[in-house]
Design a protein around this ligand. Structure first.
Ligand code: ASP
Length: 337
């Protein structure tokens, strides 16, 4: 990390949230309100996704278009074992992908456990726009994608297949092998999600979430990422939230919805994320010690905050003034990352 980045990361840490200049994003009709546009993403790889989204956001595209483009970048370009085409498969060696998209007016779409389709986020958007439904799963999601012009293609990379073979040789077919390897489930070494939130120059919010889910999960397992309210929630009146980590905890706590509702009650984004994390701990104190859960929030004023159970969570922020800046977050166990 260079000095500028370190300074900004430390400033964000001590403030608990990224401070926005007064009046920033407050007047969407101001032609200079381009400065009000901002995109944030989970993890350090969010930097690339943010850049892809920013190309659109900075030229006046809607937050919805921007987050779709950012998520598409992660699905095809990132090539990381936790998102999109390079993701690790489930315990049967099958790569299944989950994604959701939502705008601040409550329009949303999702796909879960979809196979052999390279841009689940765009399928999710089409579910939102072209069907009376919110979520399609498995074969039905794939059939819908193909009817919309997507082509089936085998996504499992030789590297992911090899990793799965190695895991299976050691794992006796247990989905939680990561715990045996003393790697905390939900940390970025074994599973992450690209969760992206954006506000556009008109003050509209949107979010996208895309993942291959927990590596070596049971076939048919669906995490939080495609579940509206768990892995993603957006409301123009308040703000938006997304999550990464062990999705079962987000589902149990309707976590992204919870973060948005806490912001509605007046919490700053970082405080809302912290309180939601505390809720996770209260529900399952023992389990919380050994798994990772991370929340990222953006309010309607463009303020950003994040919090995690354990140290190590990073997120990326991009706007007209700065790009590619990584901000460490606070955590319950381990303080600042
Ligand atoms: N939350 C995702 C899931 O549980 C994966 C992750 O972010 O680690 O499927």
């Amino acid at each position: 990390m260079n000095d500028r980045r370190r300074f900004l990361a430390q400033a964000a840490l001590s403030a608990g949230a990224l401070a926005i200049p007064r009046g920033w994003a407050s007047d969407p009709s101001d032609p200079r309100a381009d400065a009000g546009a901002r995109v944030v993403s989970t993890w350090d790889f969010g930097v690339g996704a943010n850049q892809a989204a920013w190309k659109h956001l900075s030229t006046g595209a809607s937050a919805l278009d921007a987050v779709e483009q950012g998520a598409r970048w992660a699905e095809s370009e990132l090539c990381n074992p936790t998102v999109g085409r390079c993701g690790n498969p489930d315990r049967d060696g099958v790569l299944t992908l989950d994604a959701s998209i939502m705008d601040g007016d409550g329009r949303c779409g999702a796909v879960a456990a979809i196979e052999d389709i390279d841009h689940p986020i765009s399928v999710a958007r089409l579910v939102m726009e072209k069907t009376p439904h919110v979520m399609l799963v498995g074969e039905g999601a794939q059939q819908f994608a193909m009817a919309q012009g997507f082509r089936k293609r085998r996504l499992l990379t030789p590297e992911a297949e090899q990793a799965w073979r190695e895991w299976r040789a050691r794992a006796e077919y247990q989905p939680q092998i990561n715990a045996e390897r003393s790697v905390r489930p939900g940390n970025k070494d074994n599973h992450d999600t690209l969760g992206m939130l954006a506000i556009d120059r008109n003050g509209r919010l949107a979010g996208a979430c895309t993942t291959s889910g927990m590596a070596w999960k049971m076939h048919g397992r669906v995490g939080d990422s495609p579940i509206v309210g768990a892995g993603l929630y957006v409301d123009n009146e308040v703000g938006a939230a997304t999550a990464s980590g062990v999705g079962e905890e987000m589902i149990r706590n309707a976590a992204s919805f919870l973060v948005v509702e806490l912001m509605r009650q007046g919490r700053a984004p970082a405080d809302a994320c912290r309180e939601a994390i505390e809720r996770v701990v209260r529900k399952r104190p023992e389990a919380s010690k050994s798994l990772q859960v991370c929340f990222l929030a953006l309010n309607r004023h463009g303020e950003v905050g994040a919090f995690a159970l354990h140290a190590g969570f990073e997120y990326a922020v991009c706007d007209a003034k700065k790009q590619d800046v990584l901000h460490a977050s606070g955590s319950i166990y381990g303080g600042g990352a």
